[in-house]
Design a protein. Sequence first.
Length: 192
Amino acid sequence: MKQLTRQQLRQHTRELRNQLSTVQQQQASLQLIEQCLSHAKLQSAQHIALYLAHDGELNPLPLIKELWQQGKSVYLPVLHPFNPGHLLFLHYHSQSIMVNNKYGISEPKLDVTKVCPVAKLDIIFTPLVAFDVAGNRMGMGGGYYDRTLANTIDHKPYAMGLAHDCQLVTQLPIAAWDVPLAEIITPTRIYK
């Protein structure tokens, strides 16, 4: 089989995850809770960045609710208003006022008093389109997470991807700006 281009691979894996039924998506979200809550990094973390699912992504909302129950602080990415291509992370709770960004993704309404500097986060969970067993991730192509993770020091925050099992590929074509993840968690497995 010929090697797919990055765009073809992105399109193919997005189609695979979008073919998952509502029941499969819900089951995957519940399995994710089990995978994450037993993870030592998550047990010791207090400040955790997640995301809200879009376009068939593995939905971490049940995990977020569980983290709130444990008294952990959860943050969501917000498109940076003055620095295109970059993210801010805002504190997220059940009363957060939400707005849709230019991609139609729900994010907390910008409030500078709710911004958490990336270096203060313990873990960043990233969405992804595809991944391989070496920890390489392919996102939607905007480079937002690659820019965010490129500036981390001494693996702080610890970067983990969340994905459906069907998003695993044999090998991703790597670009110079791609930042590999320490771990990728699926509903059935943890890749380190």
